[in-house]
Design a protein around this ligand. Structure first.
Ligand SMILES: [Cu+2]
Length: 334
């Protein structure tokens, strides 16, 4: 169903690739940095952003081990972990070039290059979270060092947002991100980064017509199916998400259930660092185009838009089972 890799269960080994290359719809190859699963260093051949999904279960004792030959960290954005495991450098664990100074409230939670650092925590309440590198953050996140963390309910249920919470039949992740290609020619922050002028507008690392055929993003479901879309904005633009006029509900925000579900929305702002869990019930005979508008709110201007099809597939049975096909979660869209 997705192009992402699920990691887990208890110990996740993550390395950093700084030689990624992402081909955009216009043929341009954009250099990327990203986290990937593995224990060795270097390039694994997938060359993709976003970074992989880390999937955990509520209450699980989780450990994420980061190995890198350059300074990086994993910040557990929105997860209630203690400071040493939060991944914000100087007060928390990271992979350092040299041993940092002690004092000033710093913790000695760092390792040298190529020496793994382990972030240990108890997976919090079920919901949608994110992780990203917190070293030279503006550049490293933009380069692709960000991904989603999904915490499942304690029983591991993959059809319930949280224990006793809303149910769903199909699940999508919409990782919202923009790229300023001029930022992808520098190795460390410099004056190039004084301005952010995105020229690629992505969902799940793809742009333009690439999205139409990306089974991780293009929404197909049977009429009546409840489709969960976990929207996560790792970019620097507020994103206005619409599903072609279809109405939808929002059940949780930033990993927490809403006190009351927002119902019958037709658009939703998702700003930087936010996550929303959206449930769209697929109407019969649907064939519409969803859109993600990336805004410069100060200028009241849309900088760019990513679009994706939302289609009711009559060959699918309700509840997500495909007709004559038992490979329920492996999408066969060409
Ligand atoms: Cu980094």
């Amino acid at each position: 169903m997705r192009t992402f890799t699920f990691l887990g269960p208890d110990t996740v080994s993550v390395v950093v690739a700084m030689n990624g290359s992402q081909q955009m719809a216009d043929g341009t190859n954009i250099g990327t940095w990203y986290f990937r699963e593995g224990t060795g260093l270097g390039f694994n051949g997938d060359r993709t952003i976003p970074s992989p999904v880390i999937e955990l279960t509520e209450g699980q004792n989780a450990a994420i081990t980061l190995t890198s030959n350059r300074p990086h960290s994993i910040h557990l954005h929105g997860l209630d972990v203690n400071q040493a495991n939060d991944g914000v450098p100087t007060t928390s664990g990271y992979v350092a070039t040299s041993v940092p100074m002690d004092g000033f409230g710093r913790v000695q939670g760092y390792t040298r290059l190529n020496s793994p650092f382990t972030y240990a925590f108890v997976a919090p309440q079920a919901g949608s979270y994110m992780y990203h590198c917190h070293i030279d953050t503006a550049l490293h996140m933009e380069r692709g060092m960000a991904g989603m963390i999904i915490v499942r309910p304690p029983d591991g249920n993959t059809e319930e947002v949280w224990a006793g919470g809303p149910t769903f039949d199909k699940e999508y992740i919409w990782h919202l991100h923009t790229i300023d290609s001029s930022w992808h020619t520098v190795q460390v922050s410099d004056t190039t980064l004084n301005r952010y002028r995105p020229d690629y507008f992505l969902i799940n690392g793809k742009n333009g017509s690439q999205i139409d055929t990306d089974p991780a993003t293009a929404i197909t479901a049977a009429a009546g199916d409840r489709v969960l879309i976990r929207a996560i904005n790792v970019g620097y633009q507020p994103a206005l998400v619409k599903f072609g006029g279809l109405s939808f509900d929002v059940v949780s925000s930033d990993g927490r259930p809403l006190a009351s579900t927002l119902t019958a929305l037709t658009e939703l702002w998702v700003t930087s660092g936010e996550r929303y869990d959206i449930i769209l019930t697929m109407p019969a005979a649907t064939d519409v185009t969803a859109s993600v508008e990336y805004w410069n709110v100060r200028m009241a201007a849309i900088l760019g838009t990513a679009t994706a099809p939302v289609v009711e597939d009559p060959t699918l049975f309700a509840d997500g089972f495909e007709s004559g096909d038992t490979t329920r979660w492996s999408n066969s869209v060409e």
